[in-house]
Design a protein around this ligand. Structure first.
Ligand SMILES: NC(=O)c1ccc[n+]([C@@H]2O[C@H](COP(=O)([O-])OP(=O)(O)OC[C@H]3O[C@@H](n4cnc5c(N)ncnc54)[C@H](O)[C@@H]3O)[C@@H](O)[C@H]2O)c1
Length: 284
């Protein structure tokens, strides 16, 4: 079974994948091409593990878990990995360039999973040069907390690679749902139009953010209202993903309303910038 994985990208998703894998006993080499991103990723992981430790939710010390992670900028460090994750920028050209590099380092038989949210797995599999051993594993933010991983076989993916992805999900303590390579997979296909509709309701001045979120929490039983959720995950992310899904499908349900474009231009991206649909400079 898998012992040592390589994760390319130590940003929001990569650091979550690294932390979750190490927490579940895997050796991890965490690679980013930017030293500052490696350092930031390491800090995020240390902080998050310290929180888990304080809450008594770790089976061993945070230090032991961190000890299983090697942080690096040199892709060569992935050479003896038996499973590779890619969680770098959402750009097929950048991903394809990296895949080429990885191909010269990691044998073609090693399973390779991309965490892409919106790019075609089939196109990425072609770019990977290891088509049958390539698969999508779409995690959710924050990875250590979110239980789901969508497994998306490309047209070329071998069934043994899907099985490898399922085993990896199980090792990482996630529930896997297999889904066809289709824009938005399952969650974003349903969630993005829902969040955008909430922004349209706000834009049309039908109700305030508080009223919209309260209505959905108490009327539909969701734990977080759609605008709170967008502020949490990033208004820019919903805007970006909505536009990509719209470009791919031409389905208007994915087209973000004008107010979101303005919010992105203003830097009102949600919690991470202190303002989104809500103002966080006065909250918590
Ligand atoms: N943010 C989310 O909620 C979310 C959810 C699911 C999937 N995804 C997907 O995960 C991937 C990463 O997203 P993110 O939000 O973590 O992005 P991010 O911008 O936080 O991190 C990306 C990291 O990749 C690094 N990077 C870029 N080019 C590289 C290269 N050639 N080699 C090594 N590292 C490189 C960057 O330095 C950066 O640290 C994307 O494909 C995205 O679609 C994101």
């Amino acid at each position: 079974m898998f012992k040592k994985i390589a994760v390319f990208g130590t940003g929001s998703m990569g650091s979550g994948i690294i932390q979750t894998a190490a927490t579940n006993g895997l050796q991890v080499v965490a690679i980013d091409n930017e030293r500052s991103s490696v350092d930031r990723g390491k800090k995020i992981i240390e902080k998050s593990l310290a929180r888990f430790e304080k809450k008594g939710r770790l089976k061993e010390s945070a230090n032991e878990i961190i000890g299983r992670i090697e942080f690096a900028t040199d892709p060569e460090r992935a050479s003896n990995a038996d499973f590779v994750f890619e969680a770098i920028f959402e750009d097929i050209k950048i991903k394809a360039e990296l895949y080429k590099k990885i191909n010269a380092i990691v044998p073609e038989t090693v399973p390779f999973a991309s965490n892409t949210s919106s790019l075609s797995m089939t196109a990425l599999a072609k770019a990977s040069g290891r088509s049958s051993n390539f698969v999508g594993m779409h995690f959710f933010n924050p990875v250590p907390m979110m239980k789901l991983v969508e497994i998306i076989p490309a047209l070329q993916t071998a069934s043994k690679t899907v099985e490898a992805a399922k085993s990896m999900a199980e090792i990482m303590g996630k529930t896997a749902v297999v889904c066809k390579d289709t824009p938005g997979f399952i969650v974003n296909r349903i969630l993005v139009p829902y969040m955008l509709e909430a922004a349209r309701v706000y834009d049309a001045e039908i109700a305030s953010p508080e009223q919209i979120d309260t209505a959905m929490k108490l009327g539909a039983g969701v734990p977080m209202g759609p605008l709170e959720l967008m502020d949490f995950t990033g208004v820019d992310i919903a805007y970006f993903v909505g536009n990509i899904l719209y470009d791919e499908t031409k389905d208007k349900k994915f087209l973000p309303p004008n107010v979101m474009q303005k919010m992105v231009q203003a830097g009102w991206l949600g919690r991470k910038t202190g303002k989104g649909f809500y103002d966080y400079s006065k909250k918590d």
